[in-house]
Design a protein around this ligand. Structure first.
Ligand code: AMP
Length: 249
């Protein structure tokens, strides 16, 4: 089984994001960037699949500027075999990413594509679903358990009412939820070894894919700062304030 994993470079989850002064987006200059946390989980799952004897090769792809190489090197240090950087300086929407990943999957003859359930920068939660639809493959989104079974996969998904278990034949697209696994930290010797692992660079414009934007961002603004709470002395005061100040009763 050939596994392709998609890993996005995003603002590190520990960074408190700031909106640009012109309200065109979030400030990314001089900000720590890392692999999207859900993608780390997807990479970990692919490596565990291979370690359990279900996968032959784990290829990790990242789409974006040259600096996405850092994300790929992290995935290689975790244990992926090969990296592919699809270079593009354009602002890519989920449909464009799905189209590019679709071309890569066909080129790599992938049997399974693992993605994060969402990227923590735009919170779109669309790419995996679009990719499966474009390829006409089975999809298991928000996976919290993944098992290789006869002729396919058993995917346990987190849904509002609990857990749903699906069987799907390969090829398939699976998106990773938080509880799928706990990603490993790359060890120093593996970080050194990862520097020698193959990393191919493709020009995003040369893959024959329409990546033109379909959305126009009007304005990005930070949420209103929360007002401080009020401590009430008893239930009667609470009810009074809800009725006469907040006017919600
Ligand atoms: P989204 O639909 O934007 O929330 O992203 C869902 C998942 O798609 C992410 O967790 C990644 O696995 C993948 N993805 C999105 N954008 C990229 C990108 N530029 N490069 C690689 N993978 C991506």
């Amino acid at each position: 089984m050939k596994i392709l994993v998609a890993a996005k470079r995003v603002v590190d989850y520990n960074v408190k994001v700031r909106v640009r002064s012109d309200h065109s987006g979030v400030e990314t200059a001089n900000v720590k960037m890392s692999m999207n946390p859900f993608d780390e989980i997807a990479v970990e799952e692919a490596i565990r699949f291979k370690e359990a004897g279900h996968g032959d090769e784990v290829v990790v792809a990242s789409i974006g500027p040259r600096q996405c190489e850092e994300v790929l090197r992290t995935a290689l240090a975790m244990g992926a075999d090969r990296g592919v950087l699809v270079r593009s300086d354009a602002a890519l929407e989920p449909l464009a990413v799905a189209r590019l990943l679709g071309v890569l999957a066909e080129r790599e003859k992938s049997d399974l594509i693992l993605l994060g359930k969402q990227a923590i920068d735009d919170d779109a939660n669309q790419t995996g679903q679009m990719l499966a639809a474009l390829l006409g493959w089975a999809q298991g989104t928000f996976a919290c358990r993944l098992e290789a079974v006869q002729d396919g996969l058993r995917v346990t998904r987190e849904i509002d009412g609990g857990l749903e278990t699906l069987f799907m034949p390969l090829p398939a697209v699976v998106t990773a939820d938080l509880r799928l696994n706990e990603p490993r930290y790359p060890k120093l010797p593996n970080i050194m070894k990862a520097k020698k692992k193959p990393l191919e660079t493709l020009d995003g414009d040369s893959l024959g894919v329409d990546i033109s934007p379909r959305l126009h961002t009007l304005r990005v603004s930070a949420p209103e700062p929360r007002k401080g709470g009020v401590r009430v002395t008893d239930v009667a005061e609470l009810v009074d304030r809800l009725r006469n100040e907040a006017k919600v009763l």
